[in-house]
Design a protein around this ligand. Structure first.
Ligand SMILES: Nc1nc2c(c(=O)[nH]1)N[C@H]1C(S)=C(S)[C@@H](COP(=O)(O)OP(=O)(O)OC[C@H]3O[C@@H](n4cnc5c(=O)[nH]c(N)nc54)[C@H](O)[C@@H]3O)O[C@H]1N2
Ligand SMILES: Nc1nc2c(c(=O)[nH]1)N[C@H]1C(S)=C(S)[C@@H](COP(=O)(O)OP(=O)(O)OC[C@H]3O[C@@H](n4cnc5c(=O)[nH]c(N)nc54)[C@H](O)[C@@H]3O)O[C@H]1N2
Ligand code: SF4
Ligand SMILES: [Mo]
Length: 914
C-alpha cells in the first residue's frame, strides 16, 4: 500500500509516526499507539491489538433514553439518545408515532439541530459549574464557586432587597417550554411576590390584534390538520425553515389537490413550494389584506348565515357616536355589555344572545334573523351595522388603489381572491413575523376576517398562529400558591422603562416623519404609555419597582431584544444582582454577576407541551446531570431552601405585601416551595403535573417513560375537545355547540368601540397607516431579520456541523444590484448602521431579496460578530398604542394574551464596506 504522491508506504508511515509521537509530551492513551507493531500481511497473521476494539465498539452502547429539546423551538419531537459510560453519544429520531386514519403519519419528527444535540452539548461554552464574576461586568472574568456560595449570595440579596425596598423588586422571567422547569420559576415568583414579565411580549410572539377578535388568539390546530386543507396561505411564515418537522404536511396536502400560496417580502425557502407567490412590499400586508377583504365583500363571496351567528358584523352601531348600541343606552341600570341586532323579521332592534353581559349563554339566534346591512332607527337612535361600517371603510382599498403600496398587481390579488372564494377548506399559516410589524395588529384582525367571511373559521379551517400550550391543570397546580400571585408585567414595557428605550427611540425616529406616517411621535407614545398605566390598563410595576435582583432563566435577555447594547447598559445600572441560569455561556451570561449551570436536555426529567402535535414529549434523563449542573426545578428548590435557612438564621419571618394583598413567609419558603416535601424531586414534580392534568392523568407518567411521548386526552384543547381519531382544530365548539366566544360581544369580534380605537380610526379592521417600514427614510434599506434554519435563535448557533452548512460566520444578505451600487462584493466585511448602533458581518449576494432589503438572520451570538457587535444593536423600538388599551371586555392586559408586543421590523439601516 503506497501513497502514489510521495511514495511513503503505510508501514513506513506508522513507523515514522510512532517515533514522532514518542518524542512528544502526549497522554498515555496516545503513547499506546506508538507501540503498534506494523502488520506486513494481514491475511497471513494478525496480532491482537486491544485498542482497535474501541473502533469496533464505536456503535455499541450501554443504555438508551428519550429526550426532546427545551428551547424556543415551537415543534417538539421525540428522540432516542444512546449512552455509553454515562455520556450521551448519539441522537436518533423516534419513529413510533401512531397514525390517524386518512392523515399521513408524522414519523419521524425532528430537524438537523436535534440530530446534533449530543455532540453540540459537549461544546466548551456549555456550563459546568456555578460562576461568579471577578472582573467588571462584561469583562468575562470568572471564578468557580460552590452552589452553597451561589445560593447564599442570592438568598441574602433577595432578603435584603425586600427588607430595604419592599417586595416586588425581584424579577424572575423564564422562557423555554418545559413544564416542570418553567413552573419552578412561576412558583418561586408567586412565593416571593416577584415580578413575572410576560416574556412572549419581549420576543414579539403575542397577537394582540387577533386577541381583540378571538380569545385566546394564539390558538392553533395540530399541524397534521394542514393536510385537510384545499388552500393554504403561508403568510408572514416560512414553514420550510421554521416548522421543519411538520412542513411535510404542506407538501402532502398537495396530494389532496391543495394549493399553496406564499405571501412574503422575500422569496423565502417556502416560496418554491407555492403555486402562487405574492411578493408583498415589507410592512404593507394590511393593505393587501384589506384589498382581499374588499374584493370578497364586493363579489359577495361571504357566508351571510355564518356571519349573522358567529360574528358581531350584524351588531348595531350608533351613527352619532360610533358606539355599539347597548342595553344601557335605554336603561341606565341595564348592562353595557349587552348589544343589539336588527331583526329583519320583526323589523326592530332586538338583544343579541351570548355577549359578556347576556344571560343567554348561547349563539343560537332562535327566531331572529339579524340584518347584515342597512340603517335603522331604534327608539329614535339612528344605527347601522358593523358590516356596513366595514364595507364603507374598506371600500377605498381596492386592488388597484393598493398596488402602489403593496407592489402587487391587481390581477394577482384577484387570482388569490378567486382561490379563496372557491376554497372548501382554507387555512392561513400566520407567522409570528406578522405582529412584529407596527401594522401587524390590524393585519391580524384582517386575516381572521378573510377566513371568517367565507365561513372557514372553526369549521373547515383555522388560522394557525404558532403554538399554544395545552390545557394542563396539573401544571397550573404545580405553580399555584394559594392567595399569592406575584406581579405580572409586559416585558416590553418593563424594558422600555428599565432599559430607557424611550430615549433611544426618540433619538432614532424622525419625529416629524413618524407623525406624518402613523399620526403620533415618540413623546406621544410615552405619554400614552403613562396614561395607560395611570388608568390601570397596563400594570405599572415597571414604573414603581426596580429590577434590583434579576434571575434570568433561559432567555438571551438583551441580545434578542431591540437596542441590545442600550437596553443592557441602562438595565444593568439599575440591577444590583443579575443572575443567569442557562445551559450555555450565552450573550446574556457574559454580563451576569452569577451564572448558574442548568441541566442539559439529556439531563432533565421533564416534559414539554406545544400544541402543534397531540403528543407531549419527554426529557427522560438518559444521563444524570454531569459536572455540577442542576435542573431548573432543583435550582429554584435549592434557592428557596437557602432563603428559608438564611431567614431563620437572621430571625426574619413574614413580610407583608399589601400592594398585592399577599405576604412572603421567608422562614417557610423552602418548605412551601416543595409543598412540604411532596414535590421535592423532579420526578415528584413531574408526576404531580401529569397526574393532576385531566388530559393526562394517572398512568401517563409510566407510559411516557416507555415511549418518549404520550397523546393528550380530549380536555387538552383550550377552545374545544381534541378528537381521538382526527387532528385537533380550534374554535369548533363555537360553531357546533353555539358556545359564545370569550369576547365582549360573545362573537368573533371585528368592531372595537374603545375610545382609543376611535381616536386612531381603527374600530373596524383596516390599515392603521399608509404602510411600509416606519424607520427614518434617510436610511435606504429595510432590515429583515427572520429566523434561521441553522439554529433555534442563539441555541445551536455555534455547532460546528451546522456552521459547515453555511459560511460559519454571521452574514448579511443583499440583492446583487444593491451590492453593486454600494461597491460591495460577496465575501466583503460590511458595516450595517443607523443612529441606534452598528454591526459588522460578511456580505452575501442573494438575488431572492428586493433591492431595498438588508437581510440579517436572527440568532447569531454577540461573540460571533466582529468587534462584539450584534444584529439587534440597530433594531428600533416602537409601541402601538392600540396594544396599551384596557378596561374593555376581553381587551385588557393578559400575560401571554394582550399587551404591547415587541415590534422588531420598523427598522431602517444603511450599509457600507467596512
Ligand atoms: N429553524 C428554526 N425554527 C424556528 C425558530 C428558529 O429560530 N429556527 N424559532 C421559532 C420561533 S420562537 C418563532 S417565533 C418562529 C418564527 O418563524 P416565522 O413565523 O416563520 O417568522 P420569521 O422567520 O420571522 O418570518 C417569516 C417570513 O416572513 C418574511 N417577511 C419579512 N418581512 C415581511 C413582511 O413585511 N411581510 C411578509 N408577508 N413577510 C415578511 C420573512 O422574510 C420570512 O421569510 O419560528 C420558530 N421555529
Ligand atoms: N431582530 C430580531 N430579533 C428577534 C427575533 C427576530 O425575528 N428578529 N425573534 C424574536 C423571537 S420570535 C424570539 S422567540 C426571541 C428568542 O429569544 P430567546 O428566548 O432569548 O432566545 P434563545 O437564544 O433561544 O435563548 C434561550 C436560552 O434558553 C436556554 N435554555 C434552553 N433550555 C433551557 C432550560 O431548560 N433551562 C434553562 N435555564 N435554560 C434553557 C438556551 O441555552 C438559550 O440560551 O428572539 C426575538 N428576537
Ligand atoms: S430542535 Fe425542535 S424541531 Fe429540531 S428536533 Fe428538536 S424539538 Fe424537533
Ligand atoms: Mo418566537
Amino acid at each position: 500500500m503506497t501513497n502514489q504522491k510521495d511514495g511513503i508506504g503505510r508501514r513506513k508511515f506508522l513507523q515514522m509516526s510512532g517515533t514522532a509521537l514518542a518524542t512528544l509530551a502526549v497522554p498515555p492513551s496516545v503513547l499506546a499507539f506508538s507501540k503498534i507493531q506494523p502488520v506486513d500481511d494481514p491475511l497471513k497473521s494478525y496480532p491482537y491489538r486491544g485498542w482497535e476494539d474501541l473502533y469496533r465498539k464505536e456503535w455499541t452502547w450501554d443504555s438508551t433514553g428519550f429526550i426532546t429539546h427545551s428551547i424556543g423551538c415551537v415543534a417538539g419531537c421525540a428522540w432516542k439518545v444512546y449512552v455509553k459510560n454515562g455520556i450521551p453519544m448519539r441522537d436518533e429520531q423516534v419513529s413510533e408515532y401512531p397514525q390517524l386514519p386518512g392523515i399521513p403519519d408524522m414519523n419521524p419528527r425532528g430537524c438537523q439541530k436535534g440530530a446534533v444535540y449530543c455532540s453540540w452539548s459537549k461544546q466548551p461554552d456549555h456550563l459546568k459549574w456555578p460562576l461568579r464574576r471577578v472582573g467588571e461586568r462584561g469583562e468575562r472574568k470568572w471564578k468557580r464557586i460552590s452552589w452553597d456560595e451561589a445560593f447564599t449570595e442570592i438568598a441574602d440579596k433577595i432578603i435584603d432587597t425586600t427588607l430595604k425596598e419592599g417586595p416586588g423588586n425581584v424579577v424572575i422571567p423564564k422562557r423555554p417550554f418545559s413544564v416542570v422547569g418553567n413552573t419552578a420559576y412561576t412558583r418561586m415568583a408567586n412565593l416571593l411576590g416577584a415580578i413575572k414579565p410576560d416574556v412572549s411580549s419581549m420576543t414579539g410572539d403575542l397577537y394582540p390584534g387577533m386577541q381583540t377578535v378571538r380569545n385566546p388568539a394564539r390558538t392553533v390546530s395540530t399541524f397534521d390538520d394542514w393536510f385537510t386543507s384545499d388552500l393554504i396561505l403561508m403568510w408572514h411564515k416560512n414553514p420550510i425553515v421554521t416548522r421543519i418537522p411538520d412542513a411535510h404536511f404542506l407538501t402532502e396536502a398537495r396530494y389532496n389537490g391543495a394549493r399553496l400560496v406564499n405571501i412574503s417580502a422575500d422569496y423565502n425557502p417556502s416560496s418554491v413550494h407555492a403555486d402562487l407567490f405574492v411578493p408583498v412590499a415589507s410592512g404593507t400586508d394590511s393593505h393587501l389584506a384589506a384589498a382581499i377583504v374588499n374584493e370578497l365583500i364586493a363579489g359577495k363571496h361571504y357566508k351571510a348565515d355564518y356571519l349573522k351567528e358567529q360574528t358581531d358584523l350584524p351588531f348595531l352601531v350608533r351613527t352619532d357616536n360610533g358606539k355599539f348600541l347597548r342595553e344601557s343606552d335605554f336603561n341606565k341600570d341595564a348592562s353595557d355589555e349587552v348589544f343589539y341586532v336588527w331583526d329583519s323579521k320583526s323589523g326592530k332592534a332586538v338583544l343579541a344572545p351570548g355577549s359578556m353581559g347576556s344571560k343567554e349563554k348561547t349563539l343560537k339566534l332562535g327566531a331572529i334573523d339579524p340584518a347584515l346591512e342597512g340603517t335603522f332607527k331604534a327608539n329614535g337612535i339612528e344605527v347601522t351595522t358593523v358590516f356596513e361600517r366595514l364595507k364603507a371603510e374598506i371600500a377605498p382599498y381596492t386592488p388597484e388603489a393598493t398596488q402602489k403600496t403593496t407592489g402587487i398587481h391587481p390581477s394577482v390579488v384577484r387570482e388569490l381572491v378567486g382561490m379563496i372564494a372557491e376554497s372548501k377548506a382554507m387555512r392561513i399559516l400566520d407567522g409570528y413575523n406578522n405582529q412584529k410589524h407596527f401594522d401587524g395588529f390590524q393585519c391580524g384582525r384582517l386575516k381572521i376576517l378573510i377566513l371568517t367571511l367565507i365561513g372557514h373559521h372553526g369549521t373547515t379551517g383555522s388560522i394557525d398562529t404558532t403554538y399554544e400550550g395545552w390545557k394542563l391543570e396539573g401544571k397550573s397546580a404545580l405553580g399555584k400558591v394559594e392567595g399569592r400571585k406575584g406581579r405580572s408585567v409586559s416585558m416590553v414595557l418593563a424594558q422600555w422603562v428599565w432599559g430607557e428605550q424611550y430615549k433611544r427611540s426618540k433619538a432614532y425616529y424622525d419625529d416629524a416623519q413618524l407623525k406624518e406616517q402613523i399620526g403620533f411621535g415618540v413623546d406621544d407614545m410615552e405619554a400614552m404609555r403613562k396614561e395607560s398605566e395611570a388608568r390601570g390598563w397596563m400594570p405599572n410595576w415597571q414604573s414603581i419597582k426596580n429590577p434590583t435582583v434579576y434571575i434570568n432563566g433561559g432567555i438571551n435577555t438583551f441580545a434578542t431584544s431591540n437596542g441590545y447594547q442600550h437596553l443592557r447598559d441602562n438595565f444593568l445600572k439599575r440591577c444590583e444582582l443579575f443572575v443567569v441560569v442557562d445551559l450555555r455561556m450565552l450573550s446574556a451570561a457574559m454580563y451576569a454577576d452569577i451564572v448558574l449551570p442548568a441541566a442539559e436536555n439529556t439531563e432533565m426529567l421533564d416534559i414539554r407541551e406545544t400544541s402543534v402535535t397531540r403528543f407531549i414529549h419527554l426529557f427522560g434523563r438518559p444521563v444524570q446531570p454531569m459536572y455540577e449542573r442542576k435542573t431548573d426545578w432543583q435550582i429554584m428548590a435549592g434557592l428557596a431552601a437557602k432563603i428559608q435557612e438564611r431567614a431563620r438564621a437572621r430571625g426574619i419571618t413574614r413580610v407583608e405585601d399589601p400592594e398585592i394583598k399577599a405576604w412572603i413567609d421567608f422562614d417557610k419558603i423552602g418548605d412551601e416551595f416543595t409543598m412540604n416535601g411532596a414535590v421535592a424531586s423532579d420526578e415528584d414534580a413531574l408526576r404531580f403535573a401529569m397526574e393532576k392534568s385531566k388530559a393526562l392523568g394517572p398512568g401517563t407518567y409510566e407510559e411516557i417513560m416507555k415511549k418518549g411521548f404520550v397523546a393528550v386526552g380530549p380536555s387538552a384543547g383550550k377552545t374545544g375537545p381534541v378528537p381521538k381519531d382526527k387532528p385537533y382544530r380550534p374554535f369548533t365548539v363555537n360553531v357546533t355547540e353555539k358556545k359564545p366566544y370569550k369576547t365582549l360581544t360573545g362573537r368573533l369580534q371585528f368592531y372595537i368601540d374603545h375610545e382609543w380605537f376611535q381616536r386612531f380610526g381603527t374600530e373596524v379592521p383596516k390599515p392603521q397607516f399608509g404602510g411600509g417600514v416606519v424607520g427614518p427614510k434617510k436610511y435606504p434599506f429595510v432590515r429583515n431579520s427572520p429566523h434561521t434554519r441553522w439554529g433555534i435563535h442563539s441555541y445551536y448557533r455555534n455547532d460546528p456541523w451546522l456552521l459547515r452548512q453555511q459560511r460559519g460566520t454571521p452574514d448579511v444578505r443583499m440583492n446583487p444590484k444593491a451590492m453593486a451600487a454600494k461597491g460591495i462584493k460577496d465575501g466583503d466585511t460590511v458595516r450595517i448602521f443607523n443612529s441606534s448602533g452598528e454591526f459588522f458581518a460578511m456580505a452575501k449576494a442573494f438575488p431572492a431579496l428586493p433591492e431595498n432589503m438588508l437581510f440579517s438572520e436572527h440568532g447569531w451570538e454577540q461573540y460571533m460578530y466582529k468587534g462584539m457587535t450584534h444584529y439587534n444593536f440597530v433594531s428600533a423600538e416602537l409601541i402601538n398604542p392600540l396594544e396599551l388599551v384596557g378596561g374593555y371586555g376581553h381587551v385588557k392586559y393578559k400575560s401571554g394574551g394582550f399587551n404591547p408586543n415587541r415590534i422588531f421590523h420598523e427598522t431602517t439601516v444603511d450599509v457600507e464596506k467596512a
